[in-house]
Design a protein around this ligand. Structure first.
Ligand code: FES
Ligand code: FES
Length: 155
């Protein structure tokens, strides 16, 4: 397998890396940037735990080739807060304790952050659509919905 030089912009941090051509984006995030909040679950675009925001849109990083993201602005869960201030979604999840094991949580927060960045007052349909494919194997669903209602109320 061939290695190629690629330049990345993850959470505003620019890096030049020599990577295998077939390297999925999630390994650049977790291994080369040491950002462990993005979780590898199924690796098959079926669980949502690896979600990140690429150029404003939620994308699953497990099956995207890193080399295809060189000109993109990538945001991970770590990049949602600024100066240690959580964004509204993170803050509401904290307030409502909307996680159990937490494995799915960063993917869900990423999905909702991408949605609320575009639309502060989304409809129920928009919310459900944004959460399509985000699996939680624990029982955090009702707390997640309380956290979402709280964000909508405060917007
Ligand atoms: S790890 Fe990417 S969707 Fe499951
Ligand atoms: S909180 Fe455990 S998988 Fe969702």
């Amino acid at each position: 397998m061939k290695k190629i030089k690629c330049k990345f912009n993850i959470n505003g941090n620019h890096k030049d890396l020599l990577i295998y051509e077939e390297k999925p984006l999630i390994y650049v995030i977790r291994d080369d940037y040491n950002l462990k909040g993005t979780k590898l679950g199924c690796g098959l675009e079926q669980c949502g735990s690896c979600a990140v925001i690429i150029d404003g849109e939620k994308k699953l990083s497990c099956n995207i080739l890193a080399k295809d993201c060189v000109s993109s602005k990538i945001t991970t869960i770590e990049g949602l807060s600024s100066n240690d201030n959580l964004n509204k979604v993170q803050d509401s999840f904290k307030k409502y304790n909307a996680a159990q094991c937490g494995y799915c949580t960063s993917g869900i927060i990423i999905s909702l952050s991408a949605l609320f960045n575009k639309n502060p007052k989304p409809s129920k349909k928009d919310i459900l659509k944004s959460l399509e494919g985000q699996l939680c194997r624990c029982g955090s669903h009702s707390a997640v919905f309380k956290a979402i209602q709280n964000i909508i109320k405060s917007n």
